[in-house]
Design a binder for this molecule. Structure first.
Ligand code: ADP
Ligand code: MG
Length: 677
């Protein structure tokens, strides 16, 4: 909320620069400063340097041909200086009346012995006015809001808080211990530094960054500790069912799979809910680990839910799990938004009565009418697709009653860079699988210009003749679903006519779930040789015999998305190829991104690069989410501050400091809304 010291007009300006509270305005930091504390004499001016001078207008001339040009000469008794405006309004000419006293600030140029300033900032001053005692801030601007206007808004804000004295440090002692300057001193010195304090600019910026990181930590660690307010069913480990299941598999678990399984079981043994993220690169085998946790939970007499972001993936999980778990006498059910009403009713009824042990599905699972008899573990696959905000909302909904919460296990194939796991994911514990099962073949990545697309058709032909299968992925067109549909359908036609002797299938998000299922099935059993698809196949889909993927307009996709898509191949024993097609005009950033994908196979490295190129806001899709985006702090730059904030937030939460709320409110104004459970 903006205080009423501002007129409606001023409030509009503030909103234009994205400011909705007084504190926001204090965080709107200048890019640089100007020294306007003294007035120089015209005779002392130095070429190519900034100066402030005062003088009287002694000459004015506006001409319009060959182009607009307004010349104003000012005089200060020591010399004359010419001001030149190439862009001006009639009202401005009037302002520069002869004899008018003005103060100007700008860079001095010299043109054939005439000293001039081009487009200086100026101010009409009736009589001599003492120049500001502090340096003058230069703010980043948006159109429609001038530098002068921002300066005025900031000045008003300071006047207001100096009267109210209401911008105080909530954690005064901590601030002293950490040797940080006061909050009020910091914002004053950032907006109106005196000449001496300017060398401490970074100290004041760091103070704000620390406060922000502290709020961020209090928010996420606060969520982490919320679990202590809830109970969960403790799950014990049964070795015989573990051995039975493992022996039914055609492979051995990797060491990392075993290790992460034990980490999860250790959490499940507790009487407070687990909140753990299992991360690991595409194809590292997370599903088995989650399945083991599910089996143990069910063996303890409880139910498990498994949620996937797409219907195709949910379906695939359902089929695999049914196959794996039938022999263990575990009943598996399926639920998605597109199954018939009757089936839905039947499934939800079975779940309620406890006749389904493991319910697999899409986000239809978190809808209100699904009630479990005894849910104890909630698994969310490909969590990165759900976004941080949805993650928090799932968490809020995942309450069995006032006292009980289900254990929660999330899986993600987009590894979270360390700085993010310490910040945006600090509400969870993290387990990492950092190896792939043995025997995986490398994936060859090729970058090919779209104009050369006909050249690789023969490769595909021979590829398929050898019994291999191909994905052909069309780009996501976010602006228009209709356009998207057109694109896949056209590609489908093109591919079908290019490969008359091959069977080609089409799959996209607009198809009915039964259709999708049957196409996926045909592809899986090898009835289709080429599958033209939208990004619906991006996550999780596992068809080991597919060894080639062609991605159209790869430059439009995010790095993690490309890595995920590439991960659809290289799942079997044969070598695989990923062809990235790119369009004509590549921006530099698009080139950089494709280069990263081309050069790296390691999902961790790609995530780091993605984060570096896009920043955390974009990386996590926070822009529209209402979740706290860091404005001052930069988690990549302020690692030491992040460590400090982490430690301090932990202490504050432990001692239940009574100002935590206030600090959160100041920095994350909508935090209550986000976390309402
Ligand atoms: P992701 O971690 O990407 O979800 P999946 O769980 O889908 O990966 O596993 C990818 C493939 O690897 C599956 O076909 C799975 O059966 C297989 N797999 C899992 N663990 C192993 C292992 N230890 N050895 C060999 N293959 C494995
Ligand atoms: Mg998976």
């Amino acid at each position: 909320m903006l205080p009423n010291i501002y007129t409606e007009n001023e409030k509009t300006k503030l909103r234009k620069i994205g400011i909705t509270s007084l504190f926001d305005l204090f965080l709107y930091l200048p890019n640089r400063y100007q020294d306007r504390t003294k007035v120089d004499r015209i005779k002392d001016l130095n070429k190519d340097q900034y100066h402030q001078i005062e003088g009287e207008v002694s000459f004015v001339n506006a001409s319009y041909r060959p182009r607009k040009n307004l010349i104003v000469v000012i005089d200060d008794a020591t010399g004359t200086l010419q001001l030149r405006f190439l862009n001006f309004y009639p009202s401005q000419i009037k302002q520069f009346a002869l004899g008018e006293k003005i103060r100007v600030y700008g860079i001095v140029k010299e043109q054939s012995f005439i000293r001039e300033m081009i487009h200086p900032e100026y101010e009409i001053i009736q009589k001599h006015k003492i120049p500001p005692q502090h340096l003058t801030a230069v703010y980043p601007l948006v159109s429609g809001v001038t530098q002068k206007a921002v300066l005025k808004l900031v000045k008003k804000a300071f006047k207001f808080i100096n009267e109210k004295n209401n911008i105080i440090d909530f954690f005064y002692k901590l601030n002293k211990q950490r040797n940080l300057p006061d909050l009020i001193e910091s914002i004053t010195m950032l907006h109106m530094p005196d000449k001496k304090s300017i060398i401490n600019n970074h100290i004041y910026r760091n103070k704000l960054a620390y406060d922000e990181l502290l709020a961020h930590q209090l928010f996420f660690r606060g969520l982490y500790h919320q679990k202590k307010n809830f109970l969960a069913k403790p799950i014990s480990k049964d070795e015989s069912i573990y051995n039975l299941f493992i022996s039914s598999l055609s492979f051995e678990l990797t060491n990392m799979q075993k290790k992460t399984y034990l980490e999860i079981m250790k959490d499940l043994k507790q009487t407070s809910p687990m909140n753990r993220l299992l991360q690991g690169d595409v194809g590292c085998g997370k599903t088995i680990v989650a399945t083991l946790a599910a089996i143990q939970t069910i063996k303890n007499g409880y139910q498990v839910a498994l949620m996937a972001p797409t219907e195709i993936l949910a379906e695939q999980h359902y089929n695999n799990l049914k196959k794996w778990l039938d022999p263990l006498k575990i009943s598996v059910g399926f639920l998605s938004g597109s199954i018939s009403k009757k089936d839905k009713l039947f499934v939800t009824e079975m779940v309620m009565q406890g006749n389904i042990d493991l319910l697999v599905g899409t986000h239809a699972l978190i809808q209100d009418n699904v009630r479990f008899k005894s849910l104890a573990l909630y698994i969310i696959d490909e969590q990165h697709r759900f976004g941080v905000e949805q993650r928090l909302s799932i968490r809020a909904k995942n309450k069995i009653d006032k006292k009980y919460q289900a254990h929660q296990l999330m899986m993600s194939a987009t590894p979270i860079p360390r700085t993010l796991s310490m910040s945006y994911f600090a509400d969870m514990d993290i387990s990492t699988i950092n190896e792939l099962p043995p025997g995986r073949q490398k994936i060859k990545t090729k970058l090919i210009a779209d104009s050369r697309r006909t050249e690789f058709l023969s490769i595909i032909q021979s590829h398929c003749k050898e019994g291999d299968q191909v994905y052909w992925v069309c780009p996501l067109i976010e602006e228009s679903e209709k356009l998207q549909l057109e694109t896949v359908e056209n590609t489908f036609k093109e591919v079908t006519s290019s490969f008359a002797s091959l069977t080609v299938g089409l799959i996209h998000g607009r198809m009915k779930s039964k259709e999708k299922e049957s196409i996926m099935h045909k592809f899986k059993i090898g009835d289709l040789q080429i599958l033209v698809a939208t990004t619906v196949i991006e996550v999780g889909v596992d068809v080991p015999n597919a060894t080639m993927i062609i991605i159209e307009n790869a430059e439009r996709m995010g790095l993690s998305q490309l890595h995920q898509l590439r991960g659809r191949v290289g799942r079997g024993v044969k070598e695989s190829t990923c062809i990235l097609l790119y369009g004509k005009k590549l921006s530099n950033i698009a080139k950089d991104r494709l280069k990263v994908i081309y050069e790296n196979m390691d999902g961790f490295k790609i995530s780091e690069e993605d984060l570096r190129l896009r920043g955390p806001g974009e990386f996590l899709g926070l822009k529209q989410s209402g979740l706290p985006v860091l404005k001052i702090a930069d988690i990549n730059k302020h690692k030491t501050l992040l460590d400090m904030a982490k430690e301090d937030a932990e202490d504050l939460i432990n001692e239940k400091h009574n100002k935590i709320e206030s600090h959160l409110q100041r920095w994350i104004s909508n935090y209550q809304e986000i976390t309402r459970t």
